[in-house]
Ligand binder design. Structure first.
Ligand code: KIV
Ligand code: ZN
Length: 509
């Protein structure tokens, strides 16, 4: 059985554009547990207060996977991880030090003996607090193999249970990584007692291929991220690795605990939270991954799906984009559809969801499976609505100055007292600009709009429009906001307000 170590919330989240707040990270972690990963790397505890909190909160919630926290090979880093992992059912300390000449000389300014010594000391130190200790030899694929073997042997002697071989800069090739893993198995004493892990970056587009080659050579743990997000060109994509193992089990005879039907919902949840979509032709989870447009392909598919389909959309949990429900649909039909889409929820959650569905169905003639998935997947991201849209009125046209009249309800986060806030703002730059300026005035702050993304969730002129914004405040922190409505101006306003609520939530934690 190959173990899946997901680092979406650590290596993935540290890449530009993917930052998530605590509530969003918790929602992702819960979904990763449902997907069946063995280990969730929840953050780098010492890196920031946000990372510490995310490790600590995720550790308390996750019961069916190990929760890992990254630490440099320094006692203060390990101490922070130990503290953050206190509530975990299955904690793992992940500590690392670089082993390549270039990293040792220019970054660490340490020689080989010093690195060997630190490895031994820090793994021993981590082992005092935690049974499960993973050691990573950063930049392993550019390290001198003979030195790497000695470092790994020290880590095993000191008590490491997992040895990770990172291709930190995405430099290796499938045959080279194969030989390196074989070399490690042949030259490192005690290697049979521990898991060998592989961690590939994708700088040359080889992350998945290198990972698959490493497990053929004997690696027993794979480190990867959802949608392949991560530093620079990203990390090896979980969905691509898993569907290779499933579709080509003839050449990769390895089992994992992943429930492949949770792949699409997990990918979608991540894009939904971060607002960063995958490219349409992305393997497995891209919009076109299962689309057969050309006539020849369609003809083949009609005769026998296997002509052009090597795996089914259902196997990754991709529901048909069927039109299923409308405003006359009852609660029963709605619940049935939710269950078919894989959401088995308690009555209390269904009540709110059904209300949201009814509101949507009032505005939109046909509610599709995708609409329902969207509603259901974001249900647990609970950010207090410090600012809530009460109503807005836009007066706009191509020959007049636009005005936005905005009314918000403000709830004091401490006293819970509410206050009505109203503002009318003109703008020469259209309804969204006027509305955002009005909100800035009401909140008493200005923001830099780092990103604004608008798209139709489904087809047709009555499609739900979804808007993602990323707002930067004066301290340089970025907050995600999301809004969905059949009215794109409303979706834009909701997204802006939700980013502000995210900021208030983070600031008051
Ligand atoms: O890429 C890398 O080397 C890492 C290590 C910290 C595991 O992410
Ligand atoms: Zn990495």
């Amino acid at each position: 059985m190959i173990k899946i170590f997901d680092t979406t919330l650590r290596d993935g989240e540290q890449a530009p554009g993917y930052s998530m707040n605590l509530s969003e990270k918790i929602e992702m972690a819960v979904q990763l547990e449902k997907l069946g990963v063995d280990i969730i790397e929840a953050g780098f505890a010492i890196a920031s207060k946000g990372d510490f909190n995310s490790v600590s909160e995720i550790a308390k919630i996750i019961k069916n996977a190990e929760v890992a926290s990254l630490s440099r090979a320094l006692t203060k880093d390990i101490d922070a991880s130990v503290e953050a992992l206190k509530g975990a059912a299955f904690p793992r300390i992940h500590t690392f030090i670089a082993t390549s000449d270039i990293h040792m000389q220019y970054k660490l300014k340490k020689n080989e003996n010093e690195v060997l010594e630190i490895t031994s000391e820090m793994v021993k130190y981590a082992k005092r607090f935690c049974q499960s200790v993973e050691f990573s030899a950063e930049d392993a694929t550019r390290s001198r193999p003979e030195f790497l073997y000695r470092v790994l042997e020290q880590a095993i002697k000191a008590g490491a249970t997992v040895l990770n071989i990172p291709d930190t800069v995405g430099y290796t090739s499938p045959s080279e990584i194969f030989d390196l893993i074989v070399g490690i198995k042949q030259n490192v004493r005690g290697i049979e007692k521990v898991d060998i892990s592989i961690h590939c970056h994708n700088d040359l587009g080889m992350g998945v291929a290198n990972t698959l080659s490493a497990i053929k050579a004997g690696a027993t743990q794979i480190e990867c991220t959802i949608n392949g997000i991560g530093e620079r060109a990203g990390n090896a994509a979980l969905e691509e690795i898993i569907m290779n193992l499933k579709t080509r089990s003839d050449i990769y005879p390895f089992e994992t605990k992943i429930n492949t039907q949770e792949i699409y919902p997990t990918s979608k949840l991540l894009t939904n939270i971060t607002g960063v979509k995958v490219q349409p032709n992305k393997a497995i989870v891209g919009d076109n991954a299962f689309a057969h447009e050309s006539g020849i392909h369609q003809h083949g598919m009609l005769s026998n799906k296997k002509t052009y389909e090597i795996m089914t959309p259902k196997s990754i949990g991709l529901a048909d984009k069927k039109m299923v429900l409308g405003k006359h649909s009852g609660r029963h039909a709605f619940v049935d559809r939710l269950v078919e889409l894989g959401f088995k929820l308690p009555d209390s959650e269904i009540d709110t969801l059904f209300e949201n569905f009814k509101m949507l169905a009032d505005k939109k003639k046909n509610v599709t499976d995708l609409d329902i998935q969207m509603l259901a997947m974001r249900r647990n991201i609970k950010i207090p609505q410090t600012y809530k849209l009460d109503r807005f009125v836009i007066n706009s046209g191509n020959t007049i100055t636009t005005t936005s009249s905005m009314k918000l309800i403000y709830t004091n986060p401490y006293t819970k007292e509410t206050e009505i806030l109203e503002k009318v703002m003109p703008s020469y730059d259209g309804p969204i600009d006027a509305s955002y300026k009005a909100i800035d005035q009401l909140v008493g702050k200005t923001f830099i709009l780092e990103d604004f993304l608008i798209s139709a969730v489904t087809g047709g002129t009555d499609a739900q429009g979804e808007v993602y914004v990323k707002l930067k405040n004066h301290e340089g922190n970025i907050y995600n906001g999301y809004g969905i409505s059949v009215d794109i101006v409303e979706a834009s306003i909701l997204a802006y307000i939700s980013a502000i609520n995210n900021m208030v939530y983070e600031e008051n934690r």
